[in-house]
Design a protein around this ligand. Structure first.
Ligand SMILES: C[S@@+](CC[C@H](N)C(=O)[O-])C[C@H]1O[C@@H](n2cnc3c(N)ncnc32)[C@H](O)[C@@H]1O
Length: 287
């Protein structure tokens, strides 16, 4: 059988949705160390021994809701690739804008040796992509989950950034002075994509990717638990003029900007995603 036939048969047996065809091809190509164009060139050649069993297993896992990134062990984010495995949230494309915004701020400020904190750093995607973009920045990621912390440390070594990017295991909801004491009043940018899915939206979010950790999504009944804690502490950790940058869910923007004002941050505003919905919020510590 050709590779094309093996893939078609596996898709049919697993009843894989046609939208996931590209994901299966990507998983097959990655497992063989091929690019997507290598795969296209090989589709009409006889499949190698062992390929059929692998493709059938992969098709079944994708049909069961396994993210393609868990099968390959890697996720692309901005200009880098980070490791992911079960228990680690796969970084989303909309989060890439946080890296852009944080990077633009640091470039515009042009200060020596800037420091960024990535709270709830997960796979480490934001911290590593920011450091990859800006060779002058040092970044610290704080994350509760041990598997995510290991993954992010491995990725830092992969991309040669372990000198400038550190990942600490810790609880963003606790007092940061325990984990981040050195950064008090010194941080140029605090960036965070925390768990923010509110109770009402949790089931659909979980059903759309059932194998990803709920811990990475759930932000309490109103979705605001992490924002309250982060915004309440941000002013003390930012340097004068420093920036807080958050990924948010639509419908939360007013509450978040009110909190920023209440906790002494200025110039609060929200920004939209590609669909025009509120997806990011920013505010600054006064100069
Ligand atoms: C929405 S994910 C974002 C991950 C990563 N920053 C990204 O953008 O892909 C939220 C992350 O917060 C972590 N988390 C949950 N509770 C936490 C806590 N109390 N302290 C620190 N991190 C926490 C989760 O494990 C998860 O990795």
């Amino acid at each position: 059988m050709t590779l094309r036939e093996v893939i078609a048969q596996a898709e049919q047996r697993a009843q894989l949705l046609s939208q996931k065809h590209g994901e299966l091809q990507y998983v097959v190509a990655t497992s063989k160390g091929w690019s997507c164009s290598d795969l296209l060139l090989r589709l009409d050649q006889p499949a190698e021994t062992g390929t059929q069993a692998f493709v059938e297993h992969a098709a079944q896992q994708l049909a069961d809701g396994y993210p393609a990134e868990y099968l390959t062990g890697y996720a692309a984010f901005c200009d880098i690739v980070v490791r992911v495995r079960e228990g680690v949230l796969v970084p989303r494309p909309e989060t890439e804008n946080l890296v852009q915004m944080a990077g633009d701020f640091i470039i515009e400020q042009d200060r020596p040796s800037p420091i960024a904190l990535d709270l709830c750093s997960g796979s480490g995607a934001i911290a590593l992509a920011l450091a990859a973009r800006l060779p002058q920045v040092a970044v610290v990621g704080l994350e509760l989950d041990a598997v995510s912390v290991s993954c992010s440390r491995e990725s830092a070594l992969d991309v040669g950034l372990s000198e400038r990017v550190r990942f600490i295991q810790g609880n963003v909801l606790a007092a940061w002075s325990l984990a981040l004491a050195d950064f008090r009043s010194r941080t140029d940018v605090i960036v965070s994509n925390p768990p923010y899915v509110r109770e009402q939206r949790l089931l659909p979010a979980h059903e759309s990717s059932p194998l990803e950790p709920v811990r990475a999504l759930y932000g309490g009944v109103s979705g605001m638990v992490f924002y309250r804690r982060i915004i309440a502490q941000a002013r003390d950790w930012l340097r004068p003029g420093g920036l807080l940058l958050l990924e948010i869910d639509d419908g939360m923007e007013r509450g978040i900007l009110d909190l920023c004002e209440r906790y002494g941050l200025q110039g609060g505003r929200w920004l939209p995603d590609l669909r025009g919905l509120p997806r990011y919020a920013e505010a600054r510590r006064a100069e």
